[in-house]
Design a protein around this ligand. Structure first.
Ligand SMILES: NC(=O)c1ccc[n+]([C@@H]2O[C@H](COP(=O)([O-])OP(=O)(O)OC[C@H]3O[C@@H](n4cnc5c(N)ncnc54)[C@H](O)[C@@H]3O)[C@@H](O)[C@H]2O)c1
Ligand SMILES: [Zn+2]
Ligand SMILES: [Zn+2]
Length: 367
């Protein structure tokens, strides 16, 4: 079958891939559409270290083709979005409503594929850049048949990650202010999550000025072109200090929430520097392992500022994915508009180049 394999330092489109049959608690899915997330590119360029060969892709939707003997929640023919969290379902974290904290859900690499006859592993427990993949039952989340696969696919990572960071992790309140660094597939979903939460001012920041119309379409009230200006100063002038409230040192003014959807230490530092007193910066972007950011502790400790990480939108996939579909059907969540380019699997390179030049919201591969 066809797919995209990380071969160590590069990725190849191949038709020399095979996949096995599902185990008792697994599901085999025929992939119909797959979004390209920056994390796939980060494997290829070594930002996320990964053992080759591995089948890439972790944002996909398709049709259940076969199920293991113990699977009860889906059947052949069901349409599903694939969640990347293969959580165990029985540990304390899972049962406290935090599957993204399940220790079994990180690094649970398996090798359901062969590439040129040799074992090949999965990536993000998903591997949706293949005609067929095998996931655990908990990851195959059923959705209504009338959602186009291209639009459904992006829920699998970008939407859940971005909207979830706002709703589940930050729990943004109406009237809060926010800055979103990086207007890509994740950042646009943070922006629309903020719109859903009735944030008052939503400042989008990107180094590509052409991202402004897209950012505004998804709900940004302001846009800062970080290539030609000091983003922190711009944000502080857009959300200025309220002169009627207490002021002092340590930078009053700025936003209640900031989101790093880039994964660069300078961006996270800017995200912290753009905060008002009591504000929190949410780290979503994934830089190289070991990356550190210097922060003046006083700027946190004196004024209730914080930095928090957020994995996969701190989501509960079997709750949040159906919710995203519901919001989409009600016209409150933009999915079709996220898919700015759809190409056959073979044109993966084209999507990679378009992402690097900042041209896309999301590029989606079809099979
Ligand atoms: N924490 C998680 O669970 C999770 C999930 C998905 C993706 N990610 C990570 O989130 C990040 C974003 O992913 P994506 O798919 O949205 O990427 P993307 O390539 O679609 O978008 C990145 C955007 O950032 C912009 N950008 C680059 N440098 C910038 C800078 N210095 N300042 C402002 N903007 C800048 C680009 O122009 C682009 O618009 C990646 O690091 C990815 O690995 C994390
Ligand atoms: Zn992703
Ligand atoms: Zn668990």
């Amino acid at each position: 079958m066809r797919g995209i394999v990380y071969t160590g330092g590069d990725a190849v489109v191949t038709d020399r891939l095979e996949v096995g049959e599902p185990g008792p608690t697994q599901v085999k899915v025929k992939i119909e559409a797959a979004g390209v997330c920056h994390s796939d590119l980060s494997v290829i360029d070594g930002t996320i270290p990964y053992k080759a060969p591995a089948v890439l892709g972790h944002e996909g939707a398709g049709v259940v083709e076969a199920v293991g003997s113990l699977v009860r929640s889906v059947k052949p023919g069901d349409h599903v979005v694939i969640a990347t969290i293969a959580n165990c379902g029985v540990c304390r974290a899972c049962n406290s409503g935090h599957p993204t904290w399940c220790i079994k859900s990180l690094g649970n690499i398996s090798t359901p594929f062969t590439y040129e006859g040799q074992p090949a592993s999965n990536f993000a427990a998903a591997s949706v850049f293949a005609e067929r993949t095998i996931v655990s039952e908990v990851q195959a989340v059923p959705i209504d048949d009338d959602v186009p696969f291209t639009s459904a696919s992006v829920i699998g990572c970008g939407v859940v990650t971005g909207v979830g960071a706002v709703l589940n992790r930050a729990k943004v309140a109406p009237g809060d202010t926010a800055a979103v660094f990086g207007v890509g597939g994740v950042g646009l979903n943070v922006i629309q999550g903020l719109r859903l939460s009735a944030a008052s001012r939503i400042v989008a920041v990107d180094t590509v000025a052409d991202k402004e119309p897209l950012a505004r379409r998804f709900g940004a009230t302001h846009f800062v072109d970080a290539s030609g200006s000091d983003a922190v100063q711009e944000i502080r002038s857009i959300v200025a200090h309220d002169p009627s409230s207490t002021a002092g040192a340590l930078g009053p003014g700025g936003v209640t929430w900031s989101f790093d959807c880039v994964g660069h230490p300078a961006v996270l530092r800017n995200a912290v520097d753009a905060l008002d007193w009591g504000g929190t910066a949410v780290a979503i972007g994934i830089p190289r392992r070991g990356t550190e950011v210097a922060i003046d502790v006083n700027s946190l400790a004196y004024v209730d500022r914080a930095v928090m990480g957020c994995r996969y939108g701190s989501s509960r996939p079997r709750h949040d994915i159906p919710l995203m579909v519901e919001l989409y059907k009600e016209g409150r969540l933009m999915l079709d508009e996220l898919v700015t380019e759809t190409v056959p699997l073979e044109d993966f390179r084209h999507i990679v180049e378009a992402m690097h030049s900042g041209k896309l919201a999301r590029g989606v591969l079809t099979f």
